[in-house]
Design a protein around this ligand. Structure first.
Ligand SMILES: [Zn+2]
Length: 424
């Protein structure tokens, strides 16, 4: 669960969507106290070795425009809700039973049902045998779905979809963040890193992806993993409560707070990872105490026969003679930015950007070196994930070393500010 946005294509698609989004309508700008303590300040230089060599480029960059989700502050004393797609598209369900402790009720077309068995047949959804186009299920307790056994706070909305029953959870944003943090990192990590991560998970709610009209976010890696109350952890819940309503912003707009499991002592610039996207707060930062557990140190061995099979579309002859690193991150990280694939006739095919390189070589991170051995290559890598933005293992260690969640966030996302995303 620690591994996020592993596939380069997913990250690229994500970014492309972001860059295509509309105008910003985000109004919250007042910052939470970020002054820090003098004790913390004295430690900051150790973790503030930002790569400054391309400062001019960053300064010229305009923050990408994001769509801010139309959250629903239905009552003044409540936080907004978010609609999370649970089953939809060709994964929509044909049959579903819902239950909750103390009972739940389903409302459809003015009728109220206590029998919560829903089926979809030939394009029609039936509740207790009666046709129904849209339904809402409510309960005081979390509502369990028979499809997974997982339970969800808030309401469950059911729609008759093209392929089956579309299931959406309309949930308070804070309850959503509690579900995400437990699904993404479980009960692991220093306390301050959990607080930092809860701000990140909440921020990603505001950086919308287009999932159509049915819901705001999905429950998969495309957005963030979310399993309702499943494996909810009290410490995570407390971390979310203590950062209630906080998001990370840049120039007053919510940030693309990318994260991955570990970065291999330095993070990759967004430029080198994702088709040249220069995002000013996604810079190269270095942190030598980052733990490389959870798969953060790895090796992949390929014979030339295996490489020829894997990379045949990148050659003319169909036979790979060599794979070499042509260039690392122009912003100064050790991540690979460009590789050359040479075939047996000497044709060279160039692959650019870390995300693409990970996909092409089938590796978990673009922070690697290549060792040529008899009959093939060994790829030695450190880091797990795309390496851009926040490192979950690095954040954990910074918390262990006594840094606050604000320090951790400002270290990984330089130039950003923590701000409230809604009034509460
Ligand atoms: Zn999604």
């Amino acid at each position: 669960m620690l591994f996020k946005f592993a596939a380069g294509t997913r990250a690229i698609a994500f970014l492309a969507l972001l860059l295509l989004c509309g105008a910003v309508a985000f109004s919250a700008v007042s910052c939470v106290d970020d002054s820090g303590t003098s004790e913390a300040d004295s430690q900051i230089p150790e973790i503030s070795q930002y790569e400054e060599s391309r400062e001019t480029v960053y300064a010229e960059f305009e923050a990408p425009a994001f769509t801010v989700l139309p959250l629903r502050p239905e009552q003044e004393d409540r936080s907004p809700t978010v609609d999370v797609g649970l089953s939809y598209g060709n994964r929509a369900l044909k049959k579903l039973e819902l239950s909750a402790e103390g009972g739940a009720m389903l409302v459809c077309g003015g009728s109220v049902y206590k029998n919560l068995a829903v089926v979809w047949e030939n394009g029609v959804m039936y509740v207790d045998g009666q046709p129904c186009v849209k339904a809402c299920v409510r309960s005081e307790a979390p509502i369990a779905l028979s499809s997974t056994g997982w339970s969800y706070e808030g309401e469950i909305l059911l729609t008759c979809g093209r392929y089956g029953i579309t299931v959406v959870n309309r949930v308070d944003i804070e309850a959503y963040v509690k579900g995400v943090i437990s699904a993404e990192i479980g009960a692991d990590g220093s306390y301050e890193s959990r607080k930092a991560f809860s701000v990140i998970c909440r921020t990603l709610v505001y950086v919308a992806k287009d999932h159509g009209e049915d819901f705001d976010l999905c429950n998969r890696n495309c957005c963030q993993s979310y399993r309702g109350t499943y494996h909810r952890d009290e410490t995570n819940d407390k971390a979310v409560d203590e950062t209630k309503g906080m998001v990370l912003t840049y120039n007053g707009a919510p940030c693309l707070v990318a994260y991955s499991s570990s970065h291999g002592y330095n993070s990759c610039s967004s430029f080198a990872a994702w088709v040249g996207a220069d995002i000013p707060y996604l810079r190269v930062v270095r942190y030598e105490n980052e733990p490389l557990d959870y798969g953060g140190q790895w090796e992949v061995t390929y014979t030339y026969e295996q490489l020829s099979k894997r990379l045949k579309n990148y050659t003319v002859t169909g036979q790979v003679k060599s794979v070499s690193i042509a260039e690392t991150d122009p912003y100064g990280s050790s991540y690979v930015y460009r590789i050359n694939i040479t075939d047996t006739a000497g044709n060279v095919r160039e692959i650019k950007y870390g995300g693409n390189i990970m996909d092409v070589l089938g590796i978990r991170c673009a922070n690697f070196t290549i060792e040529n051995v008899s009959g093939g290559i060994i790829i030695h890598g450190i880091g797990n994930g795309h390496g851009v933005g926040y490192s979950q293992r690095g954040g954990h260690q910074l918390g262990v070393e006594g840094y606050s969640f604000e320090d951790i966030l400002y270290f990984y996302f330089p130039g950003t500010a923590i701000a409230p995303c809604y009034d509460f």
